[in-house]
Design a binder for this molecule. Structure first.
Ligand SMILES: Nc1ncnc2c1ncn2[C@@H]1O[C@H](COP(=O)(O)OP(=O)(O)OP(=O)(O)O)[C@@H](O)[C@H]1O
Ligand SMILES: [Mg+2]
Length: 222
């Protein structure tokens, strides 16, 4: 099992008030599964994905990812674990501004100490239709282009777990479809597990399983 969450709750403090976004949530995901999480805006999807990435700490509960109990790791261990095993496409997970698109895509290999592979990085960027943007910096890219660079970066080291938060959110319909085709193709060939947050039901339905986040808990809808 790649994800095992039991009784996970997450509360945020807002002044004197505390809001409970996740309430005693349970989730088990097997290896190589593709799972879509849908739900209203503000229902807690990004919060849940952030806990899976080890970027947020749950208020309560048992969180195991790829055999590791996250709440028992320190920050350095989580960073290393995330770098090795996860590919992350978050809207707030920006590209490194002083690196070019190509250098950003190569970064995960450097972080985990693997041999650099410029050809592979260029191939991935070409697959997301950015062969004309290899040497552009973050501020020289449009929002959708930056998002595609982030996707290529998330996939280069063939991580076992890919966490994607609205990965086609900033893209026009045609580019969005092409980029999602690429994502599903690469997931198939590298036998990764995908957790995909999306508002797009037809995109969600491309996953084997779809759950809805509602009142802090997950309900199976496919
Ligand atoms: N750091 C924080 N402090 C306080 N409240 C927060 C914090 N992060 C998120 N929240 C609240 O938690 C709720 C869930 O937020 P989250 O970003 O997980 O929703 P979402 O399902 O991803 O929404 P969207 O579809 O709009 O992206 C929201 O009501 C939000 O205001
Ligand atoms: Mg969100």
């Amino acid at each position: 099992m790649i994800i095992d969450f039991q009784g996970v709750s997450k509360r945020f403090k807002q002044g004197h008030q505390s809001i409970e976004v996740l309430k005693n949530l349970n989730l088990k995901v097997d290896r190589e599964q593709t799972l879509a999480i849908v739900g209203e805006s503000g229902s807690g999807k990004t919060t849940l994905l952030s806990i899976m990435a080890g970027l947020e700490v749950p208020s309560e509960g048992y969180c195991q990812i790829l055999g590791k109990e996250f709440t028992k790791l320190n920050e350095n261990e989580i960073t290393e674990f995330r770098g090795k095993n996860m590919g992350i496409v978050f809207q707030s997970y920006y590209l490194v501004p002083y690196l070019t698109a190509l250098e950003n895509v190569l970064l995960p290999l450097e972080i985990i100490g693997q041999k650099s592979d410029e050809q592979l990085a260029m191939d991935l960027l070409a697959k997301v239709q950015l062969e004309h943007r290899y040497h552009h910096f973050f501020h020289e890219l449009s929002g959708g282009e930056a998002q595609r660079v982030a996707l290529a970066r998330a996939l280069i080291h063939r991580p076992s777990l890919i966490l994607a938060d609205e990965p086609s959110g900033n893209l026009d319909e045609k580019t969005g479809l092409q980029v999602m085709d690429l994502l599903f193709e690469l997931i198939d060939s590298s036998k990764s597990t995908l957790i995909l947050v999306t508002h797009n039901r037809s995109l969600a339905n491309r996953c084997q399983r779809v759950v809805e986040l509602k009142q802090g808990q997950l309900v199976d809808i496919k």
